[in-house]
Every structure is written in structure tokens, then in C-alpha cells.
Design a protein around this ligand. Structure first.
Ligand code: AMP
Length: 205
């Protein structure tokens, strides 16, 4: 696998948008654990119902569950997630994973077993008051398409969960020299440009 790019940032930082752009521009597979979990919920499975309850509260799902979901893709084993093995081989953009130190360490081990490693960890940084305003705006604008984990109470819990459980992965990656902090409060196109500067100009056709 050529490139493994990790996106992290608090809810509302725009990581989904930016991860999607990077995956299109560089020809990498976009893997969003949040989307995979929402697909599980939509399938109506029993597991989906348990996942739904956690997402509705803004809490994380257990580490082992997400590790199982992405294991196939990042190890180039038979991919049970998307079936697009060719795209995965070029590399992946991990959006919303890892979200705990345990997940980060497990990912490193998985990659090391395959002689692979993370190339960059892009951290989109946004001040907390700006985050809350962004999500409130998303709620106002989205009408009946509001995500069940977008209510203000849940959002505040998600920000807290981010600070307590996810933010500790930043120093972990900083120590490894992988962390690239990007100001996520800039206009979207400027954030995209800043990410492009980190990733370089070589794009996969
Ligand atoms: P996202 O779409 O990335 O904002 O994720 C939506 C929700 O899915 C999160 O608030 C968590 O409840 C859950 N989730 C997504 N990724 C993970 C992960 N790596 N570990 C645990 N829970 C996750």
C-alpha cells in the first residue's frame, strides 16, 4: 500500500469534506468509520441497533468493532468493507479512525505486520466556540435531514468525547513526527490548499 493518510479533528472540523477531496484528487480509498457504522445501522441488523444507541448519545463504539471493520482494508487482506481492493492498494484516507490511543496503537501494529506505515496525520484544528456555531448552522440548514447525532446536547458530548478520548492520539503521533496541524477555521478551499502542500503534488491518475 503506497499511502496511508489519517484525518482527525473534532466533530464539525470538516474532516469528512477534506478527506473526500483528498481521496478523489490522489486516487485513494476514502474510509470513514462513521459512514460504515451508519450503514450498519441502516441495514437494520442487531449490531446496527446497538451501534445506533451509542451514536445517538455521541459516544464511541467499542475499539474492537471499528478495528474489525477496517482491518481488511489496511492490511490488503480480502476487503470485506468495500470490495474495491484495487483502490485500497493505492492507499487509503482514514477519516475518523483512529479515535482512541488503543485504536492508534492497534493500527500501527496492523500496518507494521504488512511493512506499511502512516505517511501523515492531518489534524484539522478548530476552536470550540466555532465548532458549536458550525454544527448549529448545520442543524438550521439541514431541515429534516438532521443526523441523529447532531442535536446540540449530543454535539457537546461528542466534543467532550473528542477531547477526552481522541485528542490523546495527537501527542502520540507528534512524537513519531507524523502530525501535521492545519488551521481548520480557514475557508474550505484554503484548508484544501494547506493539505495539498502537506501531501505534495504527485497525484495518482
Ligand atoms: P463521524 O461520522 O466520523 O463523525 O462518526 C460518527 C460517530 O460514529 C461517532 O460520533 C462515533 O460514535 C462513531 N465512530 C466513528 N468512528 C469511530 C471510531 N474510530 N471509534 C469509535 N467510534 C467511532
Amino acid at each position: 500500500m503506497s499511502r496511508i493518510i489519517v484525518f482527525c479533528g473534532p466533530p464539525g472540523a470538516g474532516k469528512g469534506t477534506q478527506a473526500q477531496k483528498v481521496s478523489e484528487e490522489y486516487g485513494l480509498k476514502h474510509l470513514s468509520t462513521g459512514e460504515m457504522l451508519r450503514a450498519e445501522i441502516a441495514s437494520g441488523s442487531e449490531l446496527g441497533q446497538q451501534v445506533d444507541a451509542l451514536l445517538k448519545q455521541g459516544n464511541l463504539v467499542p475499539d474492537e468493532m471499528v478495528l474489525e471493520m477496517i482491518r481488511g482494508c489496511v492490511t490488503q487482506a480480502e476487503c470485506s468493507v468495500c470490495g474495491e481492493r484495487k483502490v485500497c492498494e493505492r492507499g487509503v484516507v482514514l477519516d475518523g479512525f483512529p479515535r482512541t490511543l488503543e485504536q492508534a496503537k492497534a493500527l500501527d501494529e496492523m500496518l507494521a505486520r504488512n511493512d506499511s506505515k502512516i505517511e501523515h496525520v492531518i489534524s484539522l484544528e478548530v476552536a470550540e466556540d466555532v465548532l458549536i456555531e458550525r454544527i448549529e448552522q448545520r442543524i438550521r440548514e439541514s431541515g429534516d435531514a438532521i443526523r441523529s447525532d447532531d442535536s446540540e446536547e449530543v454535539l457537546k458530548n461528542r466534543v467532550r468525547v473528542y477531547q477526552e478520548q481522541t485528542a490523546p492520539i495527537l501527542p502520540y503521533y507528534e512524537e513519531q513526527g507524523l502530525l501535521r496541524r492545519i488551521d481548520g477555521m480557514q475557508p474550505i478551499d484554503d484548508v484544501t490548499k494547506a493539505i495539498g502542500t502537506v501531501l505534495g503534488k504527485v497525484k495518482v491518475a
